[in-house]
Design a protein around this ligand. Structure first.
Ligand SMILES: Nc1ncnc2c1ncn2[C@@H]1O[C@H](COP(=O)(O)OP(=O)(O)O)[C@@H](O)[C@H]1O
Ligand SMILES: [Mg+2]
Length: 361
């Protein structure tokens, strides 16, 4: 008898969410035992014992990212998709938000202040001088400058004038930075989105000390409040479907009643009871436990069980449709999926017969 496929969680320094998640999954069912992921030898193309792995840490541990890609290739449903997580960054996510119709702050991409290691001025021959005056005019002041692939409020600067901006830029070393308009907000929210369907909107006050940020109240009330909640739910779902995250948070700053998405590239969002509070913690543990069990039930052995966003799926589909089926010949490098089609001789004969008949009509 083969062992039961398991549900695992891979994590780093956090102490409350992983155990609560494992306990809740095990309370809810026994078909897929939950545990902390255990890794010994990682060998290419060898599957793990896990139907599902919730990844909370591979952003900090490249070894885990490689382990997870191998696990995904051999059939584990990894949450979040480690391939997308290797590709995502805030500037692309912002650009996609614009295309999805979700408001975001005006944003410019800045090259790193210092050249990356092992490059010299020749490596940058394609890059013109920055038109700082134009940038300052377009973005205005105050403005935020932050890493294009960052998190945890590291190297996030608010600047009020060009001098402050250049001073901050000098400190950013080899980081590629976003430069964006500051949103002067009346309400601020962080929203969990789990499995592309469960949304929890949490009032959040970023100006409070860390442990009090979730101790906030929504300021918008009445019908305007209801409308705001509905709009944010719609935007949260749009962003997460587009990007293909299973577990993410979206932050909104609300200006003139319009929620503007600030940060929605959080594939290992804070889920510590001491920061999010008991009620949000209970909600997220339950939602992620449900999602993991649902995913485990749907896993097809040895297949790709990852979530891909509509952006990637759309690209793959347009590639597929760009290859007319009638051109499918047994050429060198044809995929294994195409090969059986052309090998099925009887079908090909029938197709030939069909053609003249149709032509007679
Ligand atoms: N454009 C902006 N307008 C207003 N506040 C911002 C803006 N960008 C960032 N902030 C503030 O800075 C904080 C950290 O920035 P964020 O983009 O969330 O980076 P991180 O990924 O490090 O959390 C946000 O929670 C928000 O309070
Ligand atoms: Mg943030």
């Amino acid at each position: 008898m083969s062992k039961k496929p398991k549900i695992g969680i891979l994590f780093g320094q956090e102490n409350t969410f992983p155990q609560a998640f494992v306990d809740r999954v095990n309370e809810k069912q026994s078909a897929f035992p939950a545990e902390f992921v255990s890794i010994e030898q990682v060998e290419q193309s060898v599957p793990t014992d896990y139907a599902v792995i919730i990844d909370r840490i591979s952003q900090d541990v490249p070894f885990y990212k490689a382990f997870l890609k191998n696990a995904a290739l051999t059939g584990t449903a990894v949450v979040n998709n480690p391939f997308w997580w290797s590709a995502d960054e805030k500037f692309f996510n912002n650009a996609l938000a614009v295309q999805l119709g979700v408001p975001v702050p005006k944003t410019i991409l800045l090259p790193s202040k210092e050249r990356p290691d092992d490059t010299n001025h020749n490596s940058f021959r394609n890059l013109k001088h920055m038109n700082w005056e134009g940038i300052f005019q377009h973005i205005g002041f105050p403005a935020f400058m932050k890493p294009h692939a960052g998190g945890g409020w590291k190297s996030v600067y608010k600047v009020d004038n060009p001098e402050q901006m250049f001073k901050a830029y000098d400190e950013t070393g080899q980081l590629v930075m976003l430069y964006q308009e500051a949103i002067d907000f009346t309400d601020y929210f962080r929203c969990y989105c789990i499995g592309g369907k469960d949304v929890r909107i949490m009032p959040y006050e970023p100006r409070n000390p860390h442990h009090l940020r979730y101790a906030a109240q929504m300021q918008t009330t009445g019908d305007a409040g209801k409308k705001l909640l509905a709009t944010m739910t719609d935007y949260v779902l749009k962003l997460n479907h587009g990007l293909g995250y299973d577990f993410n948070t979206v932050e909104f700053a609300v200006r003139d009643g319009i929620p503007i998405a600030i940060d929605f590239c959080n594939p290992a969002p804070d889920a510590d009871v001491h920061s999010v509070g008991q009620a949000n913690f209970d909600w997220v543990v339950e939602a992620v436990a449900n999602m993991a069990i649902e995913r485990a039930k749907k896993v097809q052995k040895g297949k790709d069980n990852l979530t891909w966003g509509t952006f990637v799926r759309g690209s793959v589909m347009s590639q597929d449709s760009a290859t007319p089926a009638k051109d499918a010949k047994p050429t060198k490098g044809a995929t294994t999926e195409e090969a059986p089609k052309v090998e099925k001789a009887p079908k090909a004969e029938k197709a030939k017969e069909d053609k003249p008949k149709k032509a007679k009509k």
